[in-house]
Design a binder for this molecule. Structure first.
Ligand code: CA
Length: 440
């Protein structure tokens, strides 16, 4: 589960930024240095475990600190019904892992433009590979489809996006990786919460020890973090174990169960690319601003074949890279994908890869102009600062295009008679900077 922060300008992200674990980054990382969020971070009802106060940095990982940490985690786990024996077994020979510390510190704020990201993730090679896997696992996919109402193309796309079809599940001992993070600072609360959930899973099924996964705690074929594993994983193959690392049936079933739990419905797609009329009012493009397809049709919106839109399916229009890039009409299934990972880049890649596996065409509109408009987080912070100086409330310069920032941008665009797409573009930063120079 990947997350390009400002492709996922969602309120919840702000709250959860600390928990942004970027397991995907650990794999695909070289290309995409990340801001990616962990899988199924979505667990909205989850509660943070109270993390004990952090020790000073220099002593953070020494032997004394390890002892203290193990005692604390043992105490907390036993309150949740996990035995000391199990904790001792899981943490036998535990040492904080420098590779995990380094991976956590490497979290640069760097992101690929959306068009290039999707081109990388939904490549001809991935499509060909996905089709092979579709043939290989046809019966299992059919069975999962039948039971959970999530179609095979979506499941394959998630599997492909998360672990390149099971081949990159991560080679860290997840408990030790989370233990290391729990001893650190940045992800302390997140790691404690995940570790406690993980210990409960291992107590339920000790044969999974040592459970392997990403440095940030994502496990198995579809990279569930432990809290999601605890809540949404299922034993689909009926062997008595919920095993997302070794059982593809459990992994598919769990991913499908996860989506179904967040409202996925078999009778609608995630969405589709849309064509807007020339005079379209971009102010209507906002996530979760739903209208029936027929209403979009009446506003002049078409599908890429030029057919008028019909039917009552609620859809919201999004411009993930601003008005210079492609437009999409997205259904509530798209929201379910965003629960898996709160990034447009992720959800669009999954949806598109699924469509391509089904035989669909590449996106029609070009990303080229829009990709050039991408603002890195530090420049977005600058834009937010300039907007605030002019009296537009962005809710703070946090480098993320949340709802308030988008509204502030729209208000500014309206005042300057610009297309009101609410998108933080490079051109917009240039324009507002030029104004600043003109009026010192
Ligand atoms: Ca099983």
């Amino acid at each position: 589960m990947t997350l390009l922060k400002w492709f996922a300008p969602r309120r919840a992200l702000k709250k959860r930024r600390a928990a942004s674990a970027a397991p995907f980054a650990a794999r695909a990382a070289a290309i995409l240095a990340f801001s990616l969020t962990p899988p199924a971070l979505a667990d909205s009802a989850s509660r943070r475990a109270p993390a004990p106060a952090a020790p000073a940095a220099e002593s953070r990982y020494n032997e004394e600190a390890v002892k203290t940490f193990l005692k604390e985690i043992g105490d907390q786990a036993s309150k949740k019904g996990v035995s000391r024996d199990l904790v001792n077994r899981v943490f036998k020979d535990f040492r904080p892992d420098p590779k995990v510390i380094a991976a956590d510190e490497r979290q640069a704020e760097f992101v690929l433009p959306l068009g290039r990201y999707i081109a990388t993730r939904v490549s001809e090679r991935q499509i060909a590979r996905g089709r092979e896997e579709m043939t290989r696992h046809a019966r299992l996919l059919q069975e999962t489809e039948r039971r959970y109402g999530v179609d095979r193309h979506i499941l394959l796309a998630i599997w492909g996006m998360e672990t390149n079809f099971g081949t990159h599940q991560g080679d860290y001992d997840v408990a030790h990786a989370l233990g290391t993070l729990a001893m650190g600072e940045r992800r302390r609360a997140f790691a404690y919460e995940q570790l406690l959930a993980l210990l409960a899973i291992l107590q339920e099924n000790p044969s999974l020890i040592p459970l392997r996964g990403s440095w940030a705690g994502a496990i198995g074929h579809v990279q569930f973090i432990p809290t999601s594993y605890a809540r949404y994983a299922i034993d689909a193959d009926g062997d008595g174990k919920r095993d997302l690392a070794h059982s593809l049936a459990d992994a598919f079933g769990s991913a499908a169960n996860y989506l179904a739990s967040f409202g996925w419905r078999a009778d609608r797609s995630w969405g589709f690319e849309a064509k807007l009329p020339k005079d379209f009012s971009y102010a209507l493009a906002e996530e979760r601003l739903y209208r029936p397809l027929s209403e979009w049709g009446a506003l002049g919106v078409r599908d890429m074949k030029g057919e008028p839109l019909q039917g009552e399916t609620p859809a919201s229009l999004i411009l993930p890279a601003g008005h210079l890039g492609p437009a999409f009409l997205t259904t509530k299934n798209f929201e379910a994908l965003l629960r898996y990972n709160r990034a447009y880049a992720y959800a669009l890649s999954v949806g598109h890869l699924a469509d391509r596996l089904r035989g669909g065409k590449p996106f029609a509109a070009s990303w080229e102009k829009a990709d050039k408009e991408l603002l890195p987080p530090e420049k977005l912070r600058l834009l937010q600062t300039y907007l605030s100086e002019q009296g537009f409330d962005t809710g703070g310069a946090d480098g993320m295009a949340g709802r308030k920032t988008r509204a502030a941008i729209r208000a500014y665009q309206k005042k300057r008679d610009l297309p009101q797409d609410g998108y933080p573009s490079l051109s917009l930063l240039r324009a507002i900077r030029a104004e600043k120079r003109d009026k010192p």
